[in-house]
Design a protein around this ligand. Sequence first.
Ligand SMILES: C[C@@](CO)(OP(=O)(O)O)[C@H](O)COP(=O)(O)OP(=O)(O)OC[C@H]1O[C@@H](n2ccc(N)nc2=O)[C@H](O)[C@@H]1O
Ligand SMILES: Nc1ncnc2c1ncn2[C@@H]1O[C@H](COP(=O)(O)OP(=O)(O)O)[C@@H](O)[C@H]1O
Length: 320
Amino acid sequence: MLAVVPRPVTVRVPSKVNLHLAVGAVRKDGFHELATIFQSLSLTDDVTVAIADEPGVEVRGEGATSVPTGGSNLAWRAVEELARYVGKEADEPKVRVLIRKGIPVSGGMAGGSADAAATLVGLANLWKLEISRDELASVAATLGSDVPFMLHGGTALGTGRGEQIVPVLSRHTFHWVLAFARGGLATPKVYGELDRLRATGEPARVGAVEPVLEALASGEARQLALLLGNDLQAAAVSLRPGLRRTLRAGVNAGALAGIVSGSGPTCAFLCADAEAAVQVAAELSGAGVCRTVRVVHGPVPGARVVNDEEPHSTPPQVHA
Ligand SMILES: C[C@@](CO)(OP(=O)(O)O)[C@H](O)COP(=O)(O)OP(=O)(O)OC[C@H]1O[C@@H](n2ccc(N)nc2=O)[C@H](O)[C@@H]1O
Ligand SMILES: Nc1ncnc2c1ncn2[C@@H]1O[C@H](COP(=O)(O)OP(=O)(O)O)[C@@H](O)[C@H]1O
């Protein structure tokens, strides 16, 4: 009798920006204690998982050539972790993963984490697993600090090393312009640079998280703009001094505020509305301070199956 091979499953997964990133002490396990507010953004990766005779990962799109396709790819690690969790034999998952990247690699927008989260959701569907979101989140946390949020999406507070997620009330949609840099920044290097800066001085720290929560609940972009803060920004700028110029250029172009996204080097500019974002993007792209400019919005849903929707929708793009 012929076995029925399940159809491939395609999952769309957002990127993220940290609206507030307070980096605390280094813990015994080497991670920093965090209090962060994540917001998912409409810049996405699409990940397709399929049963195949030749297992492996294929990567296409934005920055694809700098993404490993072997066992260190976070999507492949997700295949292995989920297989282990549900008790599949180590050589059983004959799965092929196709990643279509829209999220810049090593850009501080959690692209690898996004692919891992998308793979978990895709496999749960492909393998018809009876697994709860909480269980999936616990597997996600073993893959990386940002992975649980990429499952979750929306706007959320992350604590611990960033993996403990609680949803946050956020009214309205916020409009952003992203400035992609040439080349990426390695996350551990940026945390290390912050440790170095703190050992030799007192780089400014972000304020309390409560006012940010209030601004999100009010949905007022102008209020939120005054409160955006990222403790890793000083470290990213120290490693890439040119980011200072990019941040200034975005505000000069009419953004309400600019911030380094997570560990950088992508810069995210909050704009008053959708129309203002398009104008800021056009002006910023002519300023010669970044590689590419994108207009996006948030929050959007976390990793979700989109089998019957059209393939990867790239947001408006302006080449700088
Ligand atoms: C900085 C943030 C902000 O959301 O994201 P990115 O900007 O890289 O996307 C995250 O904290 C990145 O999370 P993620 O990329 O999942 O990191 P992990 O794989 O868990 O850890 C990579 C390395 O980052 C450092 N790290 C990460 C998280 C944390 N709370 N403390 C740390 O010190 C450690 O050096 C660790 O070895
Ligand atoms: N599926 C993936 N997509 C992107 N990067 C990946 C992936 N798997 C592993 N990596 C590696 O993870 C590192 C961080 O990538 P990424 O998640 O894009 O950046 P960031 O941590 O700045 O958000 C890079 O060195 C990249 O080569």
